[in-house]
Write a protein that binds this ligand. Structure first.
Ligand code: FAD
Ligand code: NAI
Length: 464
């Protein structure tokens, strides 16, 4: 008989590995099954971390070429070495995934290498061995959504995985989908010299984001050179010797048009990954979108089988998966783990960055809540002027009667770092006045948060 555990986690992404570590900290005997050669899941291997490494390298290059001259700094013969950039990305990923391996050893989590299949509640099969366990947490993540007629080969027609591995800057990169992946990876290749066209089915990019912020985002990216074809659908992709010929037409139907691309990036969303998990045999139910159905405590319809992260409902974000990993481990230890979904920030790591938390103005309106909003532009922030980064604003939405903060959106330099203040404010149930009365260092970008809060609380900011 193989070894038995208190908990077996399937998948070592941010949901699974964090769950395994927290459960071990709480005294459980834990194993984590991972079939990839390294730990860390999509996020560390082919998602968050490699994309941010390339975003940083390409942003450094763009700053040197386009932004430094304004500061009186000129550099001649600036070049980049794509092979070195890619190698550095690999080193960054390597350090992160090794870090998780170290954490597993430190916390005595057993890594069961291979594909995990649930035999039944309490039994998981890995590479022909069956392990017994009191509980199972599924954290199997997600995969790219395919598109009929656009066959991915990860060379000419790529998903994010192939777009992170290109060995040559494409002359023309056509992105299908104006969402987070398309705009982040589109930014990487545009900065390095590609012409980038984004084909989006809807009439706007980043559909989940506050409308006014999304519009500003589109304007800024257009200024940077992005071309957008909104309300457009792709009906076919034909590979040629030189690249790919796409056939597109208006979303509502109409005259088709051909677009030539060197590389096509398909980024129209991600879907839950449940292949080979044995869910049917175990009787685990899925919802209408193919996600594993869970109740309040992350338990599926089968006693002792839980699920977290991208494979269940909610935003497909690494930190959301991590929060759920901690919560389910604490619940299994008899504690009161919970996740406040209202306070989970979302960040697009372009430049400027776009960050949101809580409700958008559209959501508040649709819910019929009486609200007030304050918007402070970075053009009126001293630090942003000193940086030469004045595109964007901070927008805060609060309940009209109670002044409680309901949501926020920031587009601007380091928005992804700045949003943490507003996520904390929401977590603590703060009012706009609480934020407005908090001393903010001068000169800092976060003063724009204080000023937006003043606009909401007092109806007047100090510096505009
Ligand atoms: P995953 O990270 O997908 O991990 C699941 C793991 O389970 C995988 O390693 C898989 O091999 C393994 N697995 C699956 N089935 C089995 C099985 N049967 N047996 C064994 N192993 C199995 N999110 C952010 O918050 N910030 C970002 O900046 C960000 N950038 C991204 C960039 C890109 C290009 C992509 C694609 C995603 C990005 N995301 C980002 C999303 C983020 O990666 C996911 O939300 C996160 O990885 C989800 O974590 P997870 O643990 O649910 O699943
Ligand atoms: P997405 O959901 O962000 O965007 C997909 C876009 O494609 C939407 O605008 C949608 O309207 C459009 N679309 C859908 N079908 C289409 C079609 N047939 N033709 C044209 N457009 C179409 O999905 P994306 O960009 O693939 O990213 C997947 C997920 O990965 C994100 O939702 C996010 O959760 C996660 N992610 C997070 C990042 C971050 O936090 N910084 C970075 C990258 C990914």
């Amino acid at each position: 008989m193989s070894e038995s555990f208190d908990l077996i986690v399937i998948g070592a992404g941010p949901g699974g590995y964090v769950c395994a570590i927290r459960a071990a900290q709480l005294g459980m005997k834990v194993a984590c099954v991972e079939k990839r050669a390294t730990l860390g899941g999509t996020c560390l291997n082919i998602g968050c971390i490699p994309s941010k490494a390339l975003l940083q390298s390409s942003e450094n290059y763009e700053e040197l070429v386009h932004k430094f001259a304004d500061h009186g700094i000129t550099a001649e013969g600036v070049k980049f070495d794509l092979a070195r950039m890619q190698a550095r990305k690999g080193e960054v990923v390597g350090a992160n995934v090794k870090g998780v391996e170290f954490l597993f050893k430190k916390n005595k989590v057993t890594w069961l290498k291979g594909h995990g299949k649930i035999v039944s509640a309490g039994k998981v099969e890995v590479e022909g061995q069956v392990y017994e366990t009191k509980n199972i947490v599924i954290a199997s993540g997600s995969e790219s959504v395919p598109l009929k007629g656009v066959e991915v080969d990860e060379k000419q027609i790529v998903t994010s995985t192939g777009a992170l591995e290109l060995e040559k800057v494409p002359g023309h990169l056509v992105v299908i989908g104006g969402g987070v992946i398309g705009l982040e990876l589109g930014s990487v290749w545009r900065r390095l010299g590609a012409e980038v066209t984004v084909i989006e089915f809807l009439d706007r990019i980043t559909p989940g984001i506050d409308g006014e912020t999304g519009k500003m985002f589109e304007r800024v990216l257009t200024k940077q050179g992005f071309k957008f074809k909104l309300k457009t659908k792709v009906t076919g992709a034909e590979k040629t010797e030189k690249g790919v010929t796409l056939t597109v037409e208006p979303a509502a139907g109409g005259t088709p048009e051909k677009i030539e691309a060197d590389v096509v990036l398909l980024a129209i969303g991600r879907r839950p990954y449940v292949e080979g998990l044995g869910l049917d045999a175990a009787g685990v139910a899925l919802d209408e979108k193919g996600r594993i159905k869970t109740g309040h405590s992350f338990e599926t319809n089968v006693l002792g089988i839980y699920a977290i992260g991208d494979v269940i409902t909610g935003p497909m974000l690494a930190h959301k998966a991590e929060e759920e990993g901690v919560a389910v481990a604490e619940i299994l230890a008899g504690q009161h783990g919970h996740v406040n979904y209202f306070a989970i920030p979302g960040v697009v790591y372009t430049w400027p960055e776009v960050a949101t938390v809580g409700f958008s103005e559209e959501e508040v309106k649709a819910a019929g809540v009486e609200y007030k909003a304050g918007k402070f532009p970075f053009t009126a922030n001293g630090r942003a002027r000193a940086m030469g980064d004045t595109d964007g604003f901070v927008k805060i939405i609060a309940d009209k009667k109670t002044d409680k903060i309901l949501g926020a959106a920031i587009i601007g330099p380091d928005a992804g770092t700045m949003i943490a203040e507003l996520a904390l404010a929401i977590e603590f149930g703060a009012s706009a006045e609480d934020v407005a009365r908090t001393s903010h260092a001068h000169p800092s970008l976060n003063e724009a948060v204080k000023e937006a809060a003043l606009l909401v609380a007092n109806g007047a900011a100090l510096h505009i």
